[in-house]
Design a binder for this molecule. Sequence first.
Ligand SMILES: [Zn+2]
Length: 458
Amino acid sequence: MGVFVLDKNRQPLMPCQPARARKLLREGKAAVFRCYPFTIILKERAGGTTQPISLTVDPGSKTTGISLNAQFNSGTVCIFAMQLEHRGRQIKESLDSRRGVRRSRRNRNTRYRQPRFLNRSRPKGWLPPSLLSRVDNTETWAERLVRLAPICSANVEIARFDLQLLENPDITGIEYQQGTLYGFELREYLLARHQHTCAYCHGLSKDSILEIEHILPKSLGGTDRVGNLVVACRTCNQHKNNLHPQAWADACRKRKNKLEQQRSLAMRAILKGHRPTLKDAAAVNATRYAVGRVIKQLIPDIRFCSGGQTKRNRTLQGYPKAHWIDAACVGEQGQQVRLECSGYLQVSAKGHGARQQCRMDKYGFPRTSAKAARTVQGFRTGDIVEARVPTGKKAGHYIGRVAVRSSGFFNITSQRIVTQGISYQYCRTLHRCDGYGYGYVIDTQIASTQQEDAGEAA
Ligand SMILES: [Zn+2]
């Protein structure tokens, strides 16, 4: 994976190979600036030639893929990739528990007060805190990367399918019938329109296999027009077979079981022209738009791309499915991209500790004593430390996230294994706590294909 390089005035230069960084550090021409993502600063040089680098983002609800693609003369190369894990779920859970405690406190102590409700105003573009944190995490990392690499453009995956389809759902122009994205975009669009359930039984058949279904079968002259397509489960699809929709609805109507009644109702509604709207899909996309807006403020040269195109780029190049690879394949620049890194930087949002002064039991009463000091012997929970324990039961070399204890014996977590009771005397800070946890991950599938390629070249 590429190492970020800054010149002596802290201006970003082209990222370099790890071997070159090692050489510069050994010769004393550079110093380590940051551990995560690994950055060196040159001691002598100021300025240098750079190639255009594009920041590409694939926003997701749990994980966001971010990659840096450099445009060399030989083609587009992914030189750095990271996966950003969000903590929307934890935020929602802690807000829920806070609300529970406040409610019970109000019931116990001030129940004579008139209830107040709807007394909050929400500004335009308001997002729930759990969603806002995803936007903020992505903004933070876009900002950091802009400081570390000469980024001049951005590509953000903004919607699962083309915006034109969103605004004009039943577009039937030739470009969607025969264009390159037909199939990929259409499938995503139909799934979103029907909210990933069967259009006929609405999930009653309990069949999870969804297929694209022609309302009027092709054998009776039905076309591939978007208006003639719905999403249906395999059970309904096979039950309908190649019957005329009206004939099938009538046949289902005569049967008295719940499933067939539902099928008949749904089919009659569809024949009248009722199709679900895309309102819900648009709400899901709200976070993605917000991500696009904040990145546009940082990098004005931005292109918004569709998820159908990402999927197509990835499949045509034969890459496996992963968030960081998806990010590298976003948009037009992702049509031909070489993955130079065989892994990614795993970054997980951890927050900056709790605001609560002490833990509570389920009734909202204090369960522990008041919060202890945040800093112990110069260390803070969340710092990445290196510990070399020379002797004893815990003897060894540890690198990981520290959880401080006022006793001076800390817990160190590395690769999800917790080692308890390591004295502060053996610890050395590598990276100060900044609200994120880090780890480098090697993608074995990609690494093995790269080795094969190298072997062939040799
Ligand atoms: Zn069905």
